[in-house]
Design a protein around this ligand. Structure first.
Ligand code: PGA
Ligand code: ZN
Length: 428
């Protein structure tokens, strides 16, 4: 067997915020290698796989020495000899070895880096690009991107309450065209900020720093940027929001600090529904907090027939949480973050659960990222339909958009693009 795992090794590398993270390198008996780096979130869901950090003074407590020791010791020993081509068996071994429900013992950061590196090595051994390795019988399809123009929330020192103001270039007929349209909007947004004397660099995911007097002013400015770029808002380029409401409050009390308002669940729903009426918003992520299932249900009932309602912190890339949400009528789309689940197999299980329930699916990066582009291959190979990796600046973001262009080129003239039909609700 040329795909037996011969060695697993980890090292400390650094993410896009200059924080320590884990890179894993796997070598197979036939000589194929695979490498992957764990990303890190800043607005994490309470039920996510847990990153193991060292605590203490060094690097603000974010050191990964303990997680690395687990990787190079226990994990490497347990995986040696397993077949890398059997991802499910490798991931089951990792889950059993950790033994906790949230990967807290060995570290979700160690486990996800290993799981992704094994996947990459298996593709290398098969002699095909990862996206093709994953596609199997299902024809691959380039995803519709959601691309951040203004960053906010935990990614911008809470200067704005809303976390992500993104665009979806709905009229694009290819991935290449979708990026070109976004590039024009991003430039126009930068120009508007400069003219207003409000251009102060970018937030964590590369979106412009949100120097606005209110949350609604950010929405107005985004519409003006779409127009200034020469597009019809809504028809050619629409808006997607990530409210990341778990950062605004809990248990039905939400605070919009910039607007000086405190809202109940119904108040926040009312505000979002009003914005959906005034602005060309076609997707809203985490409109209510992760503990506000009833609010998520009410919001989905109010707008789910015409707007994509995405669960991120609310669903945490968990097949069980997705099944529960679908049964309750909360959300109609699932964000998929491999490090929220902790392994490739659990991420795929979440995708399949979402698909079975008629949910749209969006593969997503984290706010702490690196040059690793594996998630782009997951989005294409699994035909997730949508991809979210932050803004249109900073190389940890651009590496991913550019990888999508390479895959589109490799597929040639027959390359399929998900287009606007990838968004929920399905009949859009
Ligand atoms: P995070 O946020 O990676 O900082 O957790 C990204 C998101 O909420 O989509
Ligand atoms: Zn989110």
């Amino acid at each position: 067997m040329r795909t037996a795992i011969a060695s697993v090794a980890g090292r400390r590398v650094w993410d896009s915020r200059g924080r320590p993270t884990i890179e894993c390198e796997v070598m197979l008996s036939g000589g194929a290698t695979g490498r992957a780096i764990a990303p890190a979130g800043a607005s994490r869901g309470g039920r996510e796989a847990v990153d193991l950090r060292d605590g203490g003074a060094a690097f603000g407590g974010l050191g990964v020495d303990r997680a690395l020791a687990h990787l190079n010791g226990e994990i490497a020993g347990a995986l040696r000899g397993l077949d890398a081509a059997d991802q499910a068996a490798v991931d089951a071994r990792l889950i059993a070895l950790d033994g906790t429900p949230n990967k807290a013992r060995l570290g979700g950061n160690a486990i996800v880096a290993v799981s992704l590196a094994v996947l990459r090595a298996a593709a290398r051994a098969a002699g095909v690009p990862l996206w093709r390795h994953l596609a199997g019988e299902r024809p691959p399809r380039l995803p519709m991107p959601q691309i951040q123009i203004f960053g906010g929330g935990a990614h911008a020192a809470r200067r704005l309450d809303l976390q992500d103001l993104m665009v979806v270039p709905v009229e694009a007929a290819s991935f290449d065209r979708a990026l070109a349209m976004t590039a024009e909007v991003y430039r126009a947004a930068g120009r508007l900020m400069a003219e207003a004397g409000r251009l102060h660099g970018v937030a964590d995911e590369g979106g412009f720093w949100p120097d606005f007097a209110s949350n609604e002013e950010a929405l107005e400015t985004l519409v003006r940027a779409i127009e200034a770029a020469g597009f019809r808002p809504g028809e050619e380029v629409a808006i997607a929001l990530d409210v990341a409401a778990s950062e605004l409050g809990a248990k039905g009390r939400y605070r919009l600090a910039l607007d000086g308002r405190e809202l109940t669940t119904d108040g926040l729903i009312e505000l979002l529904v009003a914005w959906i009426g005034r602005y060309p918003i076609l997707s809203v992520e985490d409109p209510l907090a992760e503990d506000d299932a009833e609010g998520m249900r009410r919001f989905t009932r109010a707008v789910g027939g015409r707007v994509q309602v995405v669960g991120d912190d609310f669903l945490v890339t968990s097949a069980a949480r997705i099944d529960e949400a679908a049964a309750a009528g909360a959300c109609n789309a699932a964000l998929l973050k491999p490090n929220q689940a902790g392994t490739v197999s659990e991420t795929l299980a979440a995708l399949n659960a979402a698909r079975d329930r008629g949910f749209a699916t969006i593969v997503s990066a984290r706010s702490g990222e690196t040059e690793d582009v594996t998630i782009v291959h997951l989005a294409v190979g699994w035909d997730a339909g949508q991809l979210k990796v932050g803004s249109f600046a900073r190389s940890e973001r651009m590496a991913k958009w550019n990888e999508g262009l390479r895959i589109e080129a490799a597929l040639g003239p027959g390359a399929r693009f998900a287009g606007r039909s990838a968004l929920a609700p399905a009949r859009r």
